[in-house]
Design a protein around this ligand. Structure first.
Ligand code: DAT
Ligand code: MG
Length: 152
């Protein structure tokens, strides 16, 4: 099994709305492994680096204002295919276009309040994990029920 890691963040709207448990539960029940988690209010510098690819877009400053407006839950999840699968679990960027059953499809309506972030590719995942976490904050561990999640 080729395991990979992805960066997932519950945005300030998800925290304010009490959706942390709901969202964590979906990844836990799927069987992915949580290897890092912390709550923080991101600095402007962190948010601007995180969303650096969007810095020329008209919504950039509003987006940075929003993501720095309160506590965020920053996480790293691990598992086979977790990068792409987390994106599928999250759903489309515009919540009204996100399929029912996805996090955004079930829990959000507005693109500016779409509850959750997930890395979109392997290189982005490496960049974002390194941006939000020190290597000592990432735990390598084996869940005691691992043999009941993956055969090998
Ligand atoms: P995603 O979060 O699905 O990876 P993205 O990387 O294209 O989407 O954009 C990052 C965030 O920026 C997105 O979650 C919400 C915001 N955003 C994107 N496009 C926007 C737009 N056209 N108007 C307002 N906010 C937008
Ligand atoms: Mg993105």
């Amino acid at each position: 099994m080729t395991s990979e890691r992805t960066f997932i963040a519950i945005k300030p709207d998800g925290v304010q709305r009490g959706l942390i448990g709901e969202i964590l539960g979906r990844f836990e029940r799927k069987g992915f492994k949580l290897v890092a988690l912390k709550q923080l209010v991101p600095s402007r510098a962190l948010a601007e680096k995180h969303y650096g690819v969007h810095k020329e877009r008209p919504f950039f400053s509003t987006l940075v204002d929003f993501i720095t407006s309160g506590p965020v839950i920053a996480m790293v999840w691990e598992g086979e295919g977790v990068i792409l699968n987390a994106r599928r679990m999250i759903g489309a960027t515009k919540p009204l276009e996100a399929d029912p059953g996805t996090i955004r499809g079930d829990l959000a309506i507005d693109i500016g309040r779409n509850v959750i972030h997930g890395s979109d590719a392997p290189e982005t995942a490496v960049f974002e994990i390194g941006l939000w976490f020190n290597s000592e904050e990432l735990n390598s561990w084996t869940p005691s029920d691992q043999i009941w999640r993956v055969e090998n």
